[in-house]
Write a protein that binds this ligand. Structure first.
Ligand code: SAM
Length: 247
């Protein structure tokens, strides 16, 4: 079993943009999602994108005036983001996002963790600690927004084989193997090589977080929580910090 960082470095990151349908389409989807959750302008406000990847949401936040700290462990995906930011107010940080506080100068107005990134943490305890750190780092009235897949109900038999993306030269299929608290995600990549196909497989673990557990864990840290239907079958959680946790 590889770590999340190794899995992205050696397997997923090199094909990630292809998997996302190309840069322009992905940035447009990010724009549409940010339109829904942060419709107004935000000059000078501070946002942090946890697990920013190639910047699907970072770019849109920066375009509407947020100063964004974009944190990710994938040098490949952050390289794609770096090529896009030009003069946009984005600080790119290659680090584990659980250490996000050391990259913040003051309190943030918005923290994002989009695209099923929350489930990449190793244990539920790590998610609870992250929520505590987020509560500590947000301005009163600030928001934490996450989208994730609820893996609490296991898929069975052949439904565990998920066709992710395919074209004439490449096919990505995902196979899910369920354990009590984790799901092992096997990413099976077929790539055309001349007249034959090469198969490469890499697997990593994701957390099986239920929507109810995430909502309760956030409420326990003083957030009011709204649950919505996100894009591509994901759950979207919008959590608002009402009081400072230490007040
Ligand atoms: C499924 S992708 C989502 C990327 C982006 N948020 C989006 O919506 O397109 C998950 C991202 O989280 C990053 N990641 C996973 N665990 C991480 C961690 N502990 N610290 C920093 N980045 C992490 C991966 O490198 C990857 O870019």
């Amino acid at each position: 079993m590889t770590t999340v960082t190794e899995h992205y470095a050696s397997h997923l990151a090199p094909v990630y943009l292809w998997m996302a349908g190309g840069l322009d389409a992905a940035i447009s989807r990010g724009e549409a999602e940010i339109d829904l959750v942060c419709p107004s302008g935000a000059d000078g406000l501070i946002a942090v994108d946890l697990g920013a990847g190639f910047g699907m949401h970072t770019v849109s936040l920066a375009r509407r005036g947020y100063s964004v700290v974009a944190i990710d462990t994938s040098a490949i995906l952050l390289g794609i983001l770096r090529d896009q930011v030009d003069t946009l107010p984005v600080r790119i940080v290659e680090d584990d996002f659980v250490a996000f506080q050391k990259h913040l100068d003051g309190k943030a107005n918005l923290l994002l963790c989009m695209g099923d990134t929350l489930t990449h943490l190793p244990e539920q305890r790590s998610v609870e600690q992250l929520f505590a750190d987020i509560a500590d780092s947000l301005q009163v009235g600030g928001r934490f927004i996450a989208t994730f897949r609820d893996y609490s109900t296991p898929l069975t038999d052949t439904s565990r084989f998920i066709p992710v993306k395919g074209d004439n030269d490449r096919i990505l299929t995902c196979f899910l193997e369920y354990a009590d608290h984790h799901v092992t995600v096997h990413d099976v990549l077929h790539e055309r090589s001349g007249s034959s196909w090469q198969q490469r497989v890499s697997a990593y673990q994701k957390l099986r977080l239920s929507t109810e557990w995430v909502a309760q864990a956030l409420q326990a840290k003083g957030f009011s929580v709204r649950i919505e239907q996100g894009f591509a079958g994901m759950v979207r959680v919008v959590a608002t910090a009402h009081t400072h946790p230490s007040s």
